[in-house]
Design a protein around this ligand. Structure first.
Ligand code: IMP
Ligand code: MG
Length: 172
């Protein structure tokens, strides 16, 4: 039977997301930021982060698949939905739910850098640094977490559990 244990409460997440919003504001004093959200896991994080910022934000979405239905990356990354707009000359923050092996983001950052944004940074709610296989420079990290499989606040296991308010450790 699957069990869920709260790792980060909705309240803890809220507090930290406000801090990250303020940090993004300080780094972008000259105005508009493009928040590029990686579907679907980062949706709730983006929605809260965007509202924690004073800087005007444009919201764009990108789809990437690397995981399939299991708990580990297949290692194969595919763009399943591209951006609808050009990011050339704009300040961009890629919004991700969790950086694990780093395979997804190292691929995506290469793709986006070729499109000549003015700046390109990453904001992730969660980081599992122990699991890194590819280096990625992450500017904004909500929480560093241990090597456990987590769900909730957007994160899923085989598409379930995304709408839990807390981030929970899932074990079977
Ligand atoms: P990476 O390419 O290994 O860094 O994988 C990043 C993606 O794997 C994230 O965007 C998540 O979709 C998924 N992922 C990694 N760890 C977890 C987890 O603990 N729970 C849910 N999804 C995860
Ligand atoms: Mg994801």
């Amino acid at each position: 039977m699957a069990t869920l244990r709260v790792l980060l409460s909705a309240e803890q997440i809220h507090t930290r997301v406000q801090e990250l919003g303020a940090q993004i504001d300080r780094d972008h004093p000259n105005g508009r930021v493009y928040l590029i959200t990686i579907l679907k896991g980062a949706c709730f994080f983006m929605a809260d982060l965007a509202r924690a910022m004073q800087t005007p934000a444009r919201l764009e979405f990108i789809g990437i698949s690397s995981y399939g239905k299991g708990k580990t990356s297949s290692g194969e990354v595919r763009l399943t939905k591209d951006l609808d707009v050009s990011i050339e000359g704009h300040d961009v923050v890629v919004v991700e739910d969790i950086v694990d092996s780093g395979i997804t983001l190292s691929y995506l950052m290469k793709v986006l850098a070729q499109r000549k944004p003015k700046s390109l940074r990453i904001a992730t709610l969660l980081d599992k640094p122990e699991r890194r296989q590819r280096p990625v420079e992450v500017h904004y990290v909500g929480f560093k977490i241990p090597d456990e499989f987590v769900v909730g606040y957007g994160l899923d296991y085989a598409e379930d559990y995304r709408n839990l308010k807390d981030v929970c450790i899932l074990s079977e």
